[in-house]
Write a protein that binds this ligand. Sequence first.
Ligand code: DQA
Length: 149
Amino acid sequence: MTETILILNGPNLNLLGTRQPHIYGGETLADVEAQCRSLAAELGFAIDFRQSNREYEIIDAIHEYRITASGIIINPGAFTHTSVAILDALNACEVPVIECHISNVHRREEFRHYSYVSLRADGVLAGFGTHGYQLAIRHIAQLAKKETA
Ligand code: DQA
């Protein structure tokens, strides 16, 4: 059975490529998805790539994969800084969780410096642009390999 990595994107990330490109770059979310799919295939993983502007849909996706995924990569968007509910869902996860931000949130407004999600994340990436997703996939692949070795 192919192992699946869940990649979850929160609010406004559907606008990637057109939204504040000086901060988030010119690639679209479809570009990011294609890159993730190709890298994951190379490493022998399947990807479930999702985006939602609704907090409950993000929570439901976490529940769906909380035991079965090889790992969860989450860019919660602004919910990073506000959502105890997403943190609670992640706290119920038994699989590795990587928090991934395109921008370096620590170099931006103060309200972006705090992350509820970081209280659960096993690793946090910020400021690597969309390449952060690829770094996160490689890390999860390595963890999964170690586990089966
Ligand atoms: C973001 C950073 C958040 O502060 C912001 O609300 C986003 C995107 C990032 O990828 O850099 O929507 O998560």
